[in-house]
Design a protein around this ligand. Structure first.
Ligand code: AR6
Length: 169
């Protein structure tokens, strides 16, 4: 699997699937989630409501992932995952790693070959960027899948630099 880092807006990524840093309600929010729903349009929200009405009536648990259509985005699918809220007292790294592993599993099941990831939990959920980057890259590198390209789309230069620092040269 090729691992690619770019700085930019994940809603513009021309990939098979984009990963959304959602919350368990799947009904939208700020950050990446807000941007994906705004640009993708109502088809994504309708698909999320369907998931809530059927397979996940209590919401999507932290660390899990589900796929929907991508509406007006260039991607074919959105994979919604719920990162943990950063905690200084509890080690929630396994849950953050699970977001990446489960997203790759869902992407594989869809037949996606290229997947774009944001820095899950590193915004509103407060995870320190350097640690979020380490967990993201370690997990994606060590998870077996048929994905050809995992692209990390980082919003600002600081996030991009943090990921770059954890990429083996
Ligand atoms: N493209 C790429 N990265 C982005 C974009 C974008 N368009 N917009 C923001 N980021 P966050 P979280 C970066 O807050 O921490 C929402 O309200 C951002 O700078 O989107 O997992 C949900 O509904 C940061 O580095 O996700 C949840 O309630 C990273 O993406 C909650 O926020 C993740 O920031 C989830 O919080």
């Amino acid at each position: 699997m090729d691992i690619v880092l770019v700085q930019g807006d994940i809603t513009e990524a021309r990939v098979d699937a984009v990963v959304n840093a959602a919350n368990s309600s799947l009904l939208g929010g700020g950050g990446v989630d807000g941007a994906i729903h705004r640009k993708g349009g109502p088809a994504i929200l309708a698909a999320c409501r369907e998931i809530l009405a059927t397979t996940h009536p209590e919401g999507l648990p932290t660390g899990q992932a589900v796929a929907t259509v991508a509406g007006d985005l260039p991607a074919r699918w959105v994979i919604h995952t719920v990162g943990p809220v950063w905690s200084a007292s509890e080690d929630l790294a396994p849950l953050l790693a699970s977001c990446y592993r489960e997203s790759l599993r869902v992407a594989d099941a869809l037949g996606a070959r290229t997947v774009a990831f944001p820095a899950v939990s590193a915004g509103v959920y407060g995870w320190p960027m350097d640690d979020a980057a380490r967990i993201a890259l370690t997990t994606v590198r060590t998870t077996p899948s048929r994905i050809a390209e995992a692209r990390f789309v980082l919003f600002d230069p600081e996030a991009h630099a943090a990921f770059r620092a954890h990429l083996p040269r």
